[in-house]
Design a protein around this ligand. Structure first.
Ligand code: IPD
Ligand code: CA
Ligand code: CA
Length: 313
């Protein structure tokens, strides 16, 4: 099946799927994947237009507001969220949706047949005109991601994955890197925007990575950093205090590309949690375990959810 989305020059060919379709469930997921790419494309076009205008005017995003925890919110975040929500609702009226901008603190997460959406990941980059952001859409059944779409609208890149069928970038299969040693690895260590975060632990990890890895980066776009691990551009990514919409799609991309995604102590991510840590890697033990050990040595407690609400938020 061929699909055209973000860039009409590029086709997103789901015939590349690596193993045969298994009946009605897979067929339904392929349909949803196509819809997810279309929904992500709607938001991506809004982001592209807004970025062009912003650059022409040379003005920072005028409507950015900073809330208490230093999360930025712009009209563009809301417009992208609305566009994706309405499109998905039209196509799948019975599904639940957990989107960053429609979520209200304290709501329980329903993850039975749920779209988990970050309409604009990397808002701070966008506001500063730093060309690095993403649209992230995942579809979860019983709390597990079944399909993932991460679009980088400013570089025309569409990453997508279907559970048990591989991960792709603009129609080509992707795999995590073969880099076996941390000393050869390019790793990204993220920092939450939140004021009062676990800065000592995060800086300890950053320092460890600077000393032991081949290079350290921080894009400020968690969904894209996970996609980059899936595509073998980064060998590892780790961050504290992430939310389901930051990670759900990237998590499946990494797994389907042959990598490993856990929390800092190696435990699985639960998307029913409001905040959690993430450690993604190419899946090779020497990289994942080295980073996991370093994460643990920072002293971040394993009971992350409680620890975050006590220490961070
Ligand atoms: C943020 C980005 C950033 C991460 C923050 C997130 P937003 O998402 O993913 O990389 O460090 O923790 O909140 O606010 O731009 O959607
Ligand atoms: Ca985000
Ligand atoms: Ca966002």
């Amino acid at each position: 099946m061929m699909m055209t989305a973000l860039n009409p020059q590029i086709t997103y060919n789901v015939d590349f799927l690596s193993s045969p379709m298994q009946g009605a469930e897979d067929a339904d997921l392929v349909k949803r994947l196509q819809v997810a790419i279309e929904a992500g494309t709607l938001a991506s076009k809004l982001i592209q237009e807004a970025f062009k205008k912003q650059r022409v005017g040379g003005q920072p995003e005028s409507t950015a507001k900073e809330s208490d925890d230093r999360d930025l919110l712009t009209q563009l975040d809301v417009a992208c969220d609305d566009a994706i929500r309405c499109f998905l609702k039209q196509k799948f009226p019975d599904d639940f949706q957990l989107t960053e901008e429609s979520y209200q603190e304290g709501w329980p997460f329903t993850l039975e047949s749920t779209w988990v959406v970050d309409p604009l990941d990397g808002t701070r980059n966008f506001v500063h005109g730093f060309p690095c952001c993403a649209v992230s859409i995942a579809y979860l059944v019983h709390g597990k991601p079944k399909l993932a779409v991460v679009i980088d609208p400013l570089h025309d890149e569409v990453f997508y994955a279907l559970k048990n069928h591989g991960a792709f970038l603009n129609g080509q299969p992707i795999t995590t890197s073969p880099v076996p040693q941390l000393s050869d690895a390019l790793v990204s260590v993220g920092f939450p925007n939140a004021a009062g975060g676990m800065f000592r632990e995060e800086s300890d990890l950053f320092l460890f990575a600077v000393q032991r890895a081949n290079g350290v980066r921080r894009l400020g776009v968690a969904a894209l950093e996970m996609a980059y691990v899936a595509a073998g551009r980064l060998d590892s990514f780790c961050q504290l205090g992430l939310s389901p919409w930051d990670v759900a799609a990237g998590y499946l991309l990494v797994q389907e590309a042959g990598g490993l995604a856990t929390q800092w102590h190696g435990e699985p991510v639960s998307f029913a949690d409001r905040r959690f840590s993430v450690l993604a890697s190419n899946g090779l033990p020497s990289i994942h375990w080295a980073m996991q050990e370093a994460c643990q040595l920072t002293g971040v407690p394993q009971r992350t959810r409680r620890a975050y609400s006590r220490l961070v938020f």
